[in-house]
Design a protein around this ligand. Structure first.
Ligand SMILES: NC(=O)c1ccc[n+]([C@@H]2O[C@H](COP(=O)([O-])OP(=O)(O)OC[C@H]3O[C@@H](n4cnc5c(N)ncnc54)[C@H](OP(=O)(O)O)[C@@H]3O)[C@@H](O)[C@H]2O)c1
Length: 313
């Protein structure tokens, strides 16, 4: 089977396609035959040698990136119950290590998986897990989003942002989203009030927010503390700058929190049902063949994706 590995950290061309044996499941594992994989910024940050996963992976190279997979159960260990061979499944698997999703077949723990509803495509199911769980957990676990709140989503057109924006709308919040003007039609279609982050005047619309969902981080996250109403909360995603933003919040008497996504099959199943019920739409910007993982990374790394980028077998 084909698999994408990195033997060293670096630019996209360190992603190499190799042939390896199809894995065998242990008693408590399943093997998924993967049809589509989602890619996420953590994949390219780790490939570059940045962040907490790279720190752990550096002594375990070669490393196979990827957490988001959709496909069918190909084989299962003797102790696995609840899943049958041939059943359509998706999940955020093997997070943070060993990862391994950029493979035609991947070993996974069955409790990380959710069943893909008939009406949901493999592509959407592969795009959903990490970004969808991040959106859910940021809004409802780390944050405490309530109906009627004023919410700003920073990077609302991105992989996590476009899901968070739709969830916040469904929860009855008033939602503003930052993006370049080229994405504003996309935000409006989702019922989001667009704000051009390149334009100071446009940013003035972000006042007295009860909740800021910061999918950008760094200086942008620090500046966004000024958008908060008294008692409001900023939840920041990029883990590399979370401490810095929480410290800045403390100095200004504001409230900011960071978090790291975790697998949760129940939340994932709920999100899949939202897609099936057309309450949530996943935008796929582009699909690449697995062998073109380097091109897919190069596009995602530009930082201007609308929705998600997918690898397909
Ligand atoms: N803590 C966690 O567990 C966790 C989980 C998932 C993701 N993350 C992190 O969250 C961040 C977002 O992830 P993602 O998958 O949504 O990334 P993404 O899909 O690559 O985000 C792309 C979007 O970012 C927008 N953008 C870039 N700079 C911006 C700015 N200054 N202001 C507003 N929008 C801006 C772009 O819009 P334009 O084209 O208009 O520039 C584009 O639509 C990443 O840093 C990722 O590592 C953290």
């Amino acid at each position: 089977m084909k698999q994408i590995q990195i033997a060293e950290f670096g630019a996209p061309d360190v992603l190499q396609c190799v042939e390896v044996e199809i894995p065998e499941p242990q008693a408590h594992q399943v093997v998924i035959k993967v049809n589509a994989m989602g890619i996420n910024p953590i994949d390219y940050k780790t490939r570059r040698g940045l962040g907490f996963v790279a720190e752990k992976a550096k002594s375990r190279l070669p490393w196979v990136p990827g957490y988001d997979v959709a496909g069918v159960v190909y084989a299962k260990g003797a102790a696995v119950t609840g899943w049958e061979e041939g059943q359509r499944v998706c999940g955020m698997v093997n997070f943070p290590l060993p990862a391994g999703g950029y493979s035609e077949y991947v070993v996974a723990m069955p409790e990380m998986l959710a069943a893909i509803p008939d009406s949901v495509s493999d592509t959407d199911a592969a795009a959903l897990p990490l970004a969808g769980l991040t959106a859910w957990q940021g809004l409802y676990e780390t944050g405490n989003l309530c109906s009627g709140q004023r919410v700003a989503i920073l990077a609302a057109a991105g992989g996590v942002g476009h899901i968070a924006a739709q969830l916040a709308r469904h929860s009855g919040a008033q939602v503003w989203g930052t993006a370049s003007v080229s994405h504003h039609d996309f935000l409006e279609e989702m019922g989001i009030k667009p704000v051009d982050y390149h334009d100071e005047k446009s940013l003035e619309k972000l006042k007295d927010m009860d909740f800021v969902f910061d999918a950008v981080g760094g200086e942008t996250g620090i500046q966004a503390l000024d958008f908060l109403a008294t008692g409001g909360t900023l939840v920041t995603l990029p883990t590399i700058t979370a401490e810095q933003i929480m410290q800045a919040a403390k100095e200004r008497g504001k409230h900011a929190r960071g978090y790291t996504v975790h697998p949760d099959a129940k939340q994932l199943q709920t999100l899949l049902e939202y897609i099936a019920d057309k309450q949530l739409q996943i935008n796929i910007q582009k699909r690449f063949p697995l062998e073109e993982a380097a091109q897919a990374h190069a596009l995602l790394e530009k930082g201007h994706t609308r929705g998600k980028i997918i690898l397909a077998v």
